[in-house]
Design a protein. Structure first.
Length: 231
């Protein structure tokens, strides 16, 4: 399915323009995510090199433009590109939601007095942050080239990250693994939850490369034993 969307590059159309807009949105998400982690986890001040709110508004504007271009294209061209249009509109929803969660991370940084420590989760938390940044890079490349193998790896790794995040939030809720400063537990639980949601939306985009439209957001049919690169 996604290979058919990439074939749009050979045609001068509004759907082609919409696809290019989605690339810009995903690049902006990656920039926002890296900056949000830096703000919350790598410095005592919540200084930002970019205007996260402005970036988020830009992504929202692109989302509306993509919808408009897809609708206009389908109205003119008929039913031939309906599947491609549906996939694109699905993808940009996930891209927009990633922007929202990075904005939530920045809000945590603005309200947290100092660098957020991960406590007993610190070592693995850093690893997950690194994996997610790398996932952005992999996904952007796979998205532009319709690389199914990389998309499959992203899907499997995301399952491992989800399990880790769920376990940690459960522990914090039960009072286990509480940081030295108890109030950090609230911030840490929220942050882990936001990481999980960013991961989920990256995974959804990856599934659009692998799966037909009706299975976007779900495991690839018949592929339940993919090897994870998490460990």
């Amino acid at each position: 399915m996604f290979r058919k969307i990439l074939d749009l590059f050979h045609r001068d159309s509004l759907l082609n323009q919409a696809l290019k807009d989605s690339y810009i949105m995903l690049d902006a998400d990656r920039e926002m995510f890296v900056e949000s982690i830096k703000s919350l986890r790598k410095q005592d001040k919540s200084d930002l090199k970019i205007d996260i709110r402005k970036k988020d508004l830009m992504i929202n504007e692109y989302e509306r433009e993509v919808r408009k271009k897809v609708l206009t294209h389908l109205s003119i061209s008929g039913t031939a590109d309906i599947a491609s249009g549906l996939v694109l509109t699905s993808i940009i929803i996930d891209i927009e939601r990633i922007g929202d969660y990075t904005k939530n991370i920045v809000e945590l940084a603005l309200n947290h007095p100092a660098r957020l420590e991960g406590g007993i989760f610190e070592k693995e938390l850093v690893k997950i942050e690194e994996i997610l940044v790398n996932t952005f890079d992999q996904l952007i490349d796979a998205f532009k080239k319709s690389n199914i193998q990389i998309a499959r790896e992203i899907m499997e790794n995301s399952s491992e990250i989800t399990r880790k995040c769920d376990k940690w939030v459960s522990m914090l809720t039960k009072g286990e693994g509480i940081p030295q400063i108890p109030t950090d537990a609230i911030c840490l639980a929220l942050y882990i939850r936001y990481l999980k949601r960013v991961c989920a939306h990256l995974r959804n985009i990856a599934t659009s490369i692998v799966n037909p439209f009706h299975r976007i957001g779900y495991r690839e049919k018949g592929k339940s034993n993919l090897k994870s690169n998490y460990e």
